[in-house]
Design a binder for this molecule. Structure first.
Ligand SMILES: NC(=O)c1ccc[n+]([C@@H]2O[C@H](COP(=O)([O-])OP(=O)(O)OC[C@H]3O[C@@H](n4cnc5c(N)ncnc54)[C@H](OP(=O)(O)O)[C@@H]3O)[C@@H](O)[C@H]2O)c1
Length: 271
């Protein structure tokens, strides 16, 4: 049974402040951590985890292959470099950060396929325990699964009230792919939403707790990030209330809001 919530590390600075945040998150009770080479803070995340004194087997650490490292040899090297940065021997989970963008590459399928073969080899070699993807829409998943020896176990996508990618949820549920939600609080933009505030009030909870509980009731693992110890603790307290069907449907039906604007098919800046 995976932890119901992961702790995110995007936008944490590449300095000792990050080690302090990660240590505080460990002390608050987080054991599942989402990291990425692209966040430029892996060594400091590693320091915080080390300072916590928590045994490696009790932690679940996820990493990501950045887009400039999709060639087979480069990917092998990049994964090992991330492990070294984090001062660990293996990843519990290692993900492709983005599919190659169809807006940039006509051969996006081949590029993603080469990166996936590298992840399969890393798994075979025992360097990573599970492999998956981020930001894959259904057609990216179909293309990957056509060539894959090992099917992806995770798809980490943007998902929050005001952004519910139903096609991806249905596809992943059908194929046994666990969804993780990035920006489950809409990167903090959802916390003043009147509908969420009203539902939160009815349960004596915060809007953040409602967003995270809504993910959980959709069988999605939210990855949330905060630098405040009181938010760290309260964000974990989501197993003592239940959203009603009506509340779930009301949140599901919220109009688009807090969307990052990052569409994996059209972004060009990530390649
Ligand atoms: N795979 C991908 O492409 C991808 C993309 C984006 C993100 N991610 C991952 O997903 C993680 C989460 O995304 P995110 O950082 O946008 O997460 P988020 O949890 O939706 O938003 C984080 C923001 O919410 C605030 N916050 C958190 N809890 C709060 C609370 N209880 N009350 C008030 N404010 C609160 C934080 O501010 P304070 O720090 O001030 O509390 C922060 O500004 C990232 O850190 C990263 O690990 C992955």
């Amino acid at each position: 049974m995976p932890d119901p919530i992961a702790f995110g590390t995007w936008k944490l600075p590449p300095d000792d402040e990050t080690a302090r945040v990660i240590l505080a998150a460990c002390q608050a009770g987080y054991r599942r951590f989402d990291t990425a080479y692209a966040y430029t803070n892996e060594p400091f995340v590693g320091d915080g985890l080390k300072q916590s004194g928590i045994a490696r087997e009790q932690l679940f650490i996820s990493g990501k292959l950045w887009n400039s490292k999709r060639q087979f040899a480069a990917a092998q090297k990049a994964c090992r470099k991330s492990l070294k940065n984090l001062q660990i021997e293996f990843f519990d989970q290692f993900l492709l950060h983005w599919p190659a963008s169809p807006a940039v590459h006509t051969n996006w399928r081949d590029i993603t396929a080469e990166a996936w073969r590298a992840l399969e080899k890393l798994k075979e070699d025992g360097v990573v325990r599970t492999i998956g993807v981020c930001n894959f829409k259904v057609h990216h998943l179909e293309a990957l699964m056509d060539m894959a020896q090992i099917a992806p176990e995770i798809n980490q996508i943007e998902l929050h009230p005001g952004w519910l990618p139903q096609k991806e949820i249905d596809f992943c549920n059908k194929h046994g792919i666990q969804i993780e939600a990035w920006s489950p609080l809409g990167n903090g933009l959802l916390l003043n939403n009147p509908e969420l505030q009203q539902i939160a009030q009815a349960h004596s909870k915060t809007p953040a707790q409602v967003c995270l509980r809504w993910c959980m009731q959709h069988n999605v693992i939210p990855i949330t990030k905060t630098t405040h110890p009181d938010h760290m603790k309260s964000n974990l307290k989501i197993d003592d209330f239940c959203l009603t069907n009506t509340e779930m449907q009301c949140i599901d039906a919220m109009p688009v809001c807090a969307f990052s604007g990052l569409d994996p098919d059209t972004i060009t800046q990530f390649g």
